[in-house]
Design a protein around this ligand. Structure first.
Ligand code: AMP
Length: 618
């Protein structure tokens, strides 16, 4: 495909406001791309390399301005280009405004020809640029870019300039490409289009055609929807069926290679897409978490898989099959959450994995900085190590890091994305047997047990806990509801203990559940009840609390005692809800004992006013 043709199509796509029509234009472009399909699939997203490949062109805006200025003629300087850029705000329209034609005669000097640029040639040239390094590479890059612009028409220059900076700005993100691939190569879009004209079929959402991309701008920014995944791009913009879209989405998740997926869909159809597998050395997007609570987790799944939430940096560990010819260290690669290769920055993690893993795997985990006793250090510490290219040895001495692995996506030639959390964790434990790098996993339906796990996690210096649906699969790139990060209590409240209940079983001699009240200034100088706390208290603390509170018992009724208000508890909670159960009209959701506030009297406890304000501010 001529690059001029690509530019003309890109311009049409950029001008099209409606989502459905945009997908149709991209679909047609893919259908016409022939051998250039993989490149075109990347170019429409402003990419030269596949999403999994962190190689960059390494061409800064300054070099680009210089190249444009040179190609624009002798009277144009990089400063002129910069001035125009300040007005226009984006490099594409600046490049398009110059007339590069006058320089055609120089093409021979820059190694080009007077024939039009092709998509393939632009791709190869930009890849060569990315590979250029060492002394003189800046000049070589400048010359090569000059050569490209020198042969570009105004429209070609516009998209070439944007491509060089990695931002196409034509409103095509990951979701559009997915839809267009499904529509081009899996769906019967021609008959679907005809049917919709007869008002009998067409896209699943009748509004889709009316919904302009501008109207939608807030939800789906036209220029930067590269992050849109199936989740946020699931409004129908295509004639493809859910099943067809899912087939493409799945292959994209597994491979992160839009070009390869488009070619596979075209040449091998749905069956071909199904056969796309994870590959060691090709990072996948990390599964993400939403904020959530223990109550949310147990309400939704009955039981939760609970892990510590490590405060570090995400890392994906790839161990390639043993290759006798490879030098030591070449089998292990580490990738960041953004799929950048961070192997060289973390030699001790590489050594650890080399020493302990003897099958090909892809693991997911967190790298945490630790002190001399192995206790976790704040997140900022690990950042000092993570992307470091220089002085790695010295920093290794300064900041110690450890791997905490929590997932296993691939082991010994088997993809595990579709296996449940519990099975993946079991495989992880096998892979890293006899190490302390595997995160503990508690599967429980008991909120108290989970609270105790959380407390232990916090006590050990971790950030909190992760709650995972034990049956859920690994969904790369998705921030779904199957992983919940439990937010630490945002606020705590100081409440007066106005009642209690005797415990049961081995706790029968102790007060076990404590009735909590806020000061009610509007009432008769009284206290208004707001909930009961029984969670987060150790056996030892229970004994101490009983000693403290028994002298305050005013009356007893069966298990229940009324207490003289004298002791103040600091209590954490997940939410304050309106509730008819307690006299305050509020209830604490998931209250957790934190400490006795020995420094506070009931007069210093929180008032109902504050509770109301906290409830409103949630
Ligand atoms: P946040 O960065 O606050 O959105 O929390 C999600 C992040 O917590 C993940 O992307 C991981 O990097 C990190 N994390 C720490 N521990 C775990 C764990 N056990 N399971 C999953 N993610 C974890």
């Amino acid at each position: 495909m001529q690059f001029a043709e690509f530019a003309a199509r890109a311009s049409e796509i950029e001008a099209e406001p409606a989502d459905l029509a945009t997908v149709a234009l991209v679909r047609d472009l893919f259908c016409d791309a022939g051998d250039d399909l993989p490149v075109v699939t990347r170019f429409v997203q402003g990419r030269v390399f596949p999403a999994w490949d962190s190689t960059t062109l390494d061409i800064g805006p300054r070099l680009l301005r210089e190249a444009i200025a040179r190609a624009a003629g002798q009277n144009v300087t990089a400063d002129d280009v910069e001035d125009r850029l300040a007005d226009a705000g984006e490099i594409g329209s600046v490049a398009a405004a110059y007339d590069f034609g006058g320089q055609q005669g120089l093409a021979a000097f820059s190694g080009g020809t007077n024939d039009g640029l092709t998509v393939n040639e632009v791709d190869e040239t930009l890849r060569d640029l990315a590979a250029a390094s060492g002394p003189g590479s800046e000049d070589r890059k400048l010359n090569t870019l000059f050569g490209l612009f020198n042969r570009a028409s105004s429209s070609e220059a516009k998209y070439l300039a944007r491509l060089v900076l990695g931002e196409m700005r034509i409103g095509v993100g990951a979701g559009t490409v997915r839809d267009a691939v499904a529509e081009a190569f899996l769906a019967d879009f021609e008959s679907a289009t005809e049917e919709s004209e007869d008002d009998e079929g067409g896209p699943k959402d009748d509004d889709a055609e009316d919904r302009s991309k501008d109207d939608d701008a807030e939800d789906r920014p036209k220029d930067d929807d590269t992050e849109d995944t199936a989740d946020d791009a699931d409004e129908p913009t295509t004639y493809a069926t859910d099943e067809q879209l899912a087939a493409v989405e799945r292959a994209l998740q597994v491979s992160n290679d839009y070009g390869m997926v488009a070619v596979t869909a075209r040449d091998e159809g749905k069956e071909g897409l199904k056969a796309v597998h994870l590959e060691v050395g090709r990072p996948v997007q990390a599964m993400l978490a939403q904020a959530g609570t223990v109550t949310d987790a147990l309400d939704e799944w009955d039981e939760a898989a609970v892990e510590r939430k490590f405060d570090g940096a995400r890392v994906q560990v790839h161990v390639a099959p043993d290759d006798a010819s490879a030098d030591d260290g070449e089998d292990v690669s580490l990738y960041s959450r953004n799929m950048d290769d961070v192997t060289d920055a973390l030699p001790e993690i590489v050594e650890f994995v080399e020493d302990h893993v003897d099958v090909p795997v892809i693991l997911d985990g967190e790298v945490v900085a630790v002190d001399d006793d192995g206790a976790p250090l704040p997140f900022q510490e690990v950042l000092r190590r993570f992307r470091r290219k220089h002085d790695v040895g010295r920093m290794r001495e300064e900041v110690r890091v450890e791997l905490h692995a929590f997932d296993c996506l691939h082991a010994d030639s088997e993809d595990l994305l579709d296996a449940p959390v519990t099975e993946r964790h079991a495989r992880l434990a096998e892979v890293l047997a006899d190490t302390n790098a595997v995160s503990d996993l508690l599967v429980s339906e008991d909120a108290d047990e989970i609270a105790a796990f959380e407390e232990a996690s916090l006590d050990a210096g971790h950030e909190g806990i992760m709650l995972k649906n034990p049956d859920s699969t690994y969904s790369p790139g998705n921030r779904g509801k199957n992983w919940l990060k439990r937010k630490p209590d945002v606020e705590t409240v100081d409440l007066v203990v106005t009642g209690a209940e005797w415990g049961e079983g081995r706790r029968a001699n102790h007060l076990g559940t404590f009735l909590l009240s806020a000061r009610d200034e509007s009432g008769d100088g009284d206290y208004a009840t707001i909930g009961k706390v029984a969670t987060g208290i150790t056996d030892e603390e229970l004994a101490e609390l009983s000693d403290l509170l028994e002298p305050e018992i005013v009356s007893e009724d069966g298990q229940t005692v009324e207490l003289n208000p004298s002791v103040v508890f600091e209590v954490g909670y997940e939410e304050i809800q309106r509730s008819p159960t307690y006299s305050s009209g509020y209830a604490l959701r998931f209250p957790r004992f934190i400490a006795v506030r020995e420094d506070k009297t009931p007069d210093d406890a929180d008032s109902l006013d504050r509770i109301e304000r906290l409830a409103e501010s949630q």
